[in-house]
Design a binder for this molecule. Sequence first.
Ligand code: SAH
Ligand code: MG
Length: 215
Amino acid sequence: MNEAKAGQTAEQYIESLYPVDNMLETVKLGCAYNGLPDISVASGYGRLLTLLVTVSGAKRLLEIGALGGYSGICLARGLGEGGSLLSLEISPQCAATAKAHMRVAGLADKVVYRVGDAKDSLRELELEGARFDFVFIDADKGGYPFYLDMAVKLASPGALIVADNTMLHGRVADVGADSPSVRAMRAFNRAIAIHPALESAMLPAYDGLAIARVK
Ligand code: SAH
Ligand code: MG
């Protein structure tokens, strides 16, 4: 096997080291077949999600933004006996696709989808007194600052909060870029970095991932 190639990125090199994950490839094909965009979490971060759930021992997982179930499968794979994932998704079509993929992956009994705007679902969860050990934020980028506030409110002590796409393809760092999503993501990144209730780190690879622990 010769994984070294001219001109490939660090991410491409890393991908070449891992065997193909047939279940996750099926999810990507299923997303395309159902007309969903190709915006599932990067495979390298999917592996990291599984690892973080496993090492943290988190039992109650919350996902904001399901799409076709790619990240949901990665999260649920890290769960031990009795663990569960609640996934918030605005699109009934996405939730149905994700649910079907969870069934194929043999993880359907661990996952519940709540269809609707995550902002409403999060307020409901707060009223219900729900608590989570792990929150994965990956829905509309303009909502990230609100999702962070709610994740901190719904977090159990020691919980992890992880967010995808925090670099917005480099736009957050580009002085010439300006849009509601860019402004929201900059606010989110600043908040993660200095939040008194969090300790955190940020990974710049792929499209950026923030990882925070609730003190
Ligand atoms: N986490 C998925 C990718 C999510 S893409 C994965 O890696 O596999 C973003 C998803 O967020 C889309 O499915 C979109 O429908 C959903 N979304 C967008 N705005 C939302 C909102 N306000 N509430 C809930 N879901 C939302
Ligand atoms: Mg994403």
